[in-house]
Ligand binder design. Structure first.
Ligand code: FAD
Length: 286
């Protein structure tokens, strides 16, 4: 069964994990996966660095592990720093391992790495993927607009190109104010974008994450969110509980508005994913 089919019958519920840093053991992610698969998400996606090292083995290994545990793996594939040959190698290896789902991405442009020009935008990769077999193709979208785009309208025009190129479904960048998601969904529909859109939800549960949110994420931080973070930033347990509750509140509102799916940025944290999954199991068919 492909993920694009699942949207026809249910609110899709999925997780994202990332390969551990080179300083941590691979067992840390495998231990986390043991617990995450028990929550029975519809798929687990695995991030992949756009760095250009050409080493996709770790992401492929984790995706293979997810598959062996009976859950659909979705392999992220950023293209900006990879040659066509490197992309081909990764796709061939994915096929060999039975990985049929790709999240096709451009990747962030790193000022220190001149982009390889084989694929300029995610839509170029998606068009190419369409010639490479029967992949289920997801793509990224941005409720508050992508930072490189002039404005949200221009970004949605570009999103339409990506969908026309063959994206089967979309996953949003994280956001903390659902109003941006509703507005974006309406604008996308008005432009004729009618593939399913999963909402990306990031539970913010520790101080390091707060600092990252404030400096780099670009998502608007609503007053309610800032108040909670300021109140509890020095109390790890309270901050964790408050971050979980905030994410649950977002998900319940999204489910009530008939969102197509929820994609949980788990940060490889099964405790947080479990608490959230338990709390929302009634409103989405987890
Ligand atoms: P694109 O869709 O190519 O868009 C990039 C910019 O170009 C946008 O501003 C867009 O408006 C513009 N644009 C697009 N098409 C055109 C066109 N035809 N003409 C003119 N302008 C155009 N990064 C990683 O490195 N690894 C990951 O694993 C990863 N996972 C992610 C998962 C999700 C769910 C999301 C939302 C993002 C993820 N990213 C990841 C980050 C992503 O790579 C960056 O946000 C990147 O800057 C843009 O990628 P994209 O695929 O959205 O690019």
């Amino acid at each position: 069964m492909k993920v694009k089919e699942l949207f026809k019958n249910k609110t899709v519920y999925s997780f994202e994990v990332f390969p551990p840093k080179s300083t941590s053991s691979i067992d840390t992610i495998y231990n986390a996966l043991d617990k995450l698969v028990d929550l029975k998400p519809d798929f687990i996606s695995v991030t992949f660095s756009a760095g250009g090292s050409g080493n996709s083995t770790l992401a492929l290994d984790i995706a293979s592990k997810v598959k062996s545990m009976g859950i659909i793996p979705v392999l992220h594939l950023p293209c900006i720093n990879y040659t066509r040959e490197q992309i081909d190698q990764t796709l061939d290896e994915a096929k060999r391992r039975g990985i049929e789902h790709i999240l096709a991405l451009r990747g962030d442009i790193n000022p220190d790495i001149p982009p390889v020009k084989d694929f300029v935008y995610a839509s170029d990769l998606i068009r190419y993927l369409r010639t490479k077999g029967d992949f289920d193709i997801a793509a990224a979208c941005y409720p508050e607009g992508h930072p490189d785009a002039e404005n949200i309208e221009q970004d949605i025009e570009n999103l339409k190109i990506k969908v026309n190129a063959g994206a089967d479904h979309l996953i949003t960048q994280l956001f903390f104010d659902n109003a941006y998601f509703w507005d974006f969904r309406e604008k996308a529909a008005a432009k004729g974008i009618n593939v399913p859109i999963e909402a990306g939800i990031m539970p913010v549960v520790n101080k390091k994450q707060i600092e990252r949110m404030v400096t780099t994420c670009g998502a608007s931080l609503p007053r309610k969110f800032v108040k909670i973070m300021q109140k509890y930033e020095h109390n790890p347990e309270a901050l964790r509980d408050a971050g979980i509750a905030y994410a649950i509140d977002q998900i319940i509102d999204l489910a009530a508005g008939d969102v197509d799916g929820i994609h949980l940025y788990t940060m490889n944290n099964p405790y947080v994913a479990t608490k959230i999954s338990e709390a929302v199991s009634g409103v989405i068919s987890v």
